[in-house]
Design a protein around this ligand. Structure first.
Ligand SMILES: Cc1ncc(C[n+]2csc(CCOP(=O)(O)OP(=O)(O)O)c2C)c(N)n1
Length: 330
């Protein structure tokens, strides 16, 4: 249920943002199939409610960190659609001059500090941002998104321990989509709920339906109250599913088709659209318009990207120290 405080416009905007992410990733997938985009591509189609549910409540100056499946996190935090698409397409107009690609996005103007191809690699980095935020005392928080697979990595456990000990304003968001690459959760841990780890380290936690945007939003709102008051970290586990393979081109033979079709019925966008319609906040025509606007926007981004030049060869060694050279923690 939508809370009474949420205006109809706010809720429709959240749907709009989820559609932007979906349309963006579908376009990226189509460009990849045409070999206009190359490299390894991990899409979060089906997981949009987590990105939007969390980032929709953040301030521009909060810090967000992602992983290898983070186009949606960057967009939800406000990354520019053209520059993000151009980055994934390897063009000079991209956020990192076309040298970071899909897995290493940095969008500092939006407060999206970095993604990484190193599973669990940004979890300790988020602690650094949270430490700086705590020192600055301006209520900023750091949020880090990662998958269930990252929960088995050493840096995950070390980071939970230190964040709890030092009461850092960091929100750990685990997107438990049931698989780490091709391995189901039950084959990589005996722990059924990743939130159990948070309890071990004395961190307040919740496990929510990650395909229910309002459930994610409500858990985030409670987490922010704690983190902004600098009372320490919070852990949110979002149960969700990726509707694509681990990477584009993955035949996904490890997953029963029945499992996929069950999750398709829980598609977070269709589900939220149904809710808005049932509350008379949207009509079919309005819903169609939102989807069309999102698709038109990403077409524009694709044209911008594909008409942009490739990075010049003399640029190959520049920007490698972007984070060190920009004073975003000062
Ligand atoms: C440190 C490290 N180990 C292994 C890999 C190979 N790898 C890439 S993605 C992945 C699984 C990640 O699963 P999860 O954290 O659940 O994220 P999801 O792909 O489900 O979003 C692994 C093991 C890696 N990239 N980095």
């Amino acid at each position: 249920m939508a809370s009474k405080q949420e205006s109809s416009k706010d809720l429709v905007d959240l749907l709009r943002r989820m559609w932007l992410i979906r349309a963006f990733e579908e376009k990226v997938s189509a460009l990849y199939a045409e070999r206009q985009i190359v490299g390894l591509l991990h899409l979060g189609i089906g997981q949009e409610a987590v990105a939007v549910g969390v980032c929709g409540l953040l301030r521009q100056d909060d810090f967000v960190f992602g992983g290898h499946r983070s186009h949606g996190h960057a967009l939800a935090k406000g990354a520019d659609v053209n520059r993000l698409m151009a980055e994934i397409a390897g063009r000079a107009t991209g956020y990192c001059g076309g040298k970071a690609g899909s897995m290493h996005i940095v969008a500092l103007d939006a407060g999206f500090i970095t993604a990484t191809g190193v599973v669990g690699g940004t979890i300790p980095l988020a602690l650094g941002a949270a430490f700086a935020a705590k020192e600055k005392k301006q209520g900023q928080v750091a949020v880090v998104f990662f998958g269930d697979g990252a929960g088995q990595a050493g840096p995950f456990h070390e980071s939970l321990n230190i964040a709890s000990l030092w009461q850092l304003p960091v929100i750990f968001v685990c997107e438990n989509n049931g698989y780490a690459e091709f391995t189901p959760l039950s084959a990589h841990t005996k722990v059924e709920r990743l939130a159990q780890h948070a309890k071990t380290y004395g961190i307040p936690s919740s496990t929510v339906d990650g395909n229910d945007l309002l459930a994610v939003r409500s858990a985030t709102s409670k987490a922010l109250e704690i983190a902004r008051a600098r009372k320490g970290p919070v852990f949110i586990e979002c149960l969700t599913h990726r509707l694509r393979g681990h990477y584009e081109g993955d035949p996904a033979k490890y997953r029963e088709l029945s499992q996929l079709s069950e999750w398709k019925k829980k598609d977070p966008i269709a589900r939220f659209a149904r809710l808005l319609k049932s509350k008379k906040m949207m009509t079919d025509k309005g819903l169609q318009a939102i989807e069309s606007e999102a698709r038109a926007r990403v077409e524009e981004a694709a044209s911008f990207s594909l008409s942009s030049s490739w990075p010049a060869s003399e640029e190959v060694a520049t920007q490698v120290t972007t984070i060190n050279s920009q004073p975003f923690f000062s």
